[in-house]
Design a binder for this molecule. Structure first.
Ligand SMILES: [Zn+2]
Ligand SMILES: [Zn+2]
Length: 304
């Protein structure tokens, strides 16, 4: 029989002992199947902070005294990231600044930007904004890319440029475990096994890139924001396409059938790709000279 034979199916798919892994209380628990643990509402923020601190340390994401740019879209992941990075600040003597890319999608972007101003102010940090319109472009569908992919590409291109302009050492983005798994699956399905790295080195002209939430599921960052009562921006994006995010459902189903499945796949893929670059190397865009993994960077493609 396979692992999914009758024996396994009859066992309850729970690894923990019905108590919080930090304080042992037995009520108000959240089952974090990804970690094989349960944690109570009171301890969850501390649990997430520990995870993120250990990721930041293990991958040397941030050096002492550095300036950290945190990408802030206003969504739950980015708000959780900002809140968490501020808690890591003390011992490392780092400075934190929030970075926002204004996509120029009319009223929606105006409200989003205003929300980010409020969120940054509530956290006592400065918000630096890069306007897509300032580059003489408008975000629009490109070839066979859905709009969400175009926005993602534009954000990926402009965040490091904004970071460089204001002199940050590292740009941190709110990519979660689920984002990484979706990227892995997309790459696999297009015949290019690749797993991105939690941290990408900088160049003399570009800041390092880091994903401190790499090992935190999206569901858990959402819980973090809700339990801490943090403001976030939840207006539905007028350009959102469910289609672009459909592969995330695969991992939720896997996790339901095989607890800790997401984490196992993530680590397994990273191990399998050890020694390979694991990510596409960047080269200068032939039009503007900025680093990109594409033939022409998305900003220049939108100008064509
Ligand atoms: Zn607890
Ligand atoms: Zn370019």
């Amino acid at each position: 029989m396979t692992d999914f034979g009758p024996d396994r199916a009859q066992r309850p798919l729970i690894f923990h002992r019905g108590s919080c892994c930090l304080c042992k209380r037995t009520d108000d628990l959240h089952e974090l199947s990804e970690f094989g643990k349960a944690v109570c509402s009171n301890c969850l923020p501390r649990f997430v902070l520990r995870k993120v601190r250990s990721t930041v340390n293990s991958y040397n994401m941030i050096g002492k005294g550095e300036t950290v740019g945190v990408a802030l879209s206003g969504g739950k992941d980015s708000v959780a990231l900002l809140d968490l990075m501020l808690q890591l600040r003390g011992r490392r003597h780092i400075r934190v600044v929030a970075l926002h890319v204004d996509m120029g999608l009319g009223e929606y972007s105006t409200r989003q930007r205003a929300a980010c101003q409020r969120i940054a102010a509530a956290h006592g940090v400065r918000l630096e904004v890069e306007q897509v319109a300032a580059h003489g472009i408008r975000v629009r569908p490109l070839g066979d890319w859905p709009m969400c992919a175009v926005c993602g590409g534009v954000r990926r291109a402009l965040l490091p440029r904004l970071g460089r302009r204001i002199g940050v050492d590292v740009v941190c983005t709110g990519h979660t475990m689920d984002d990484e798994l979706q990227a892995i699956l997309k790459n696999l399905l297009s015949g290019k096994p690749e797993a991105s790295s939690p941290v990408l080195p900088g160049t003399p002209s570009m800041p390092r890139k880091a994903k401190p939430l790499y090992f935190v599921p999206e569901r858990v960052t959402a819980l973090y924001v809700e339990l801490k009562g943090l403001e976030f921006f939840s207006d539905p994006c007028p350009e959102f396409t469910e289609e672009a995010h459909r592969l995330k459902r695969v991992w939720d189903l896997l996790e339901e059938l095989a607890p800790m499945g997401k984490v196992q796949v993530l680590h397994g893929m990273r191990r399998a790709l050890t020694g390979k670059p694991g990510y596409k190397p960047e080269h200068p865009c032939p039009e503007c000279g900025e680093p990109t993994t594409m033939r022409v960077c998305p900003i220049c493609r939108l100008k064509q």
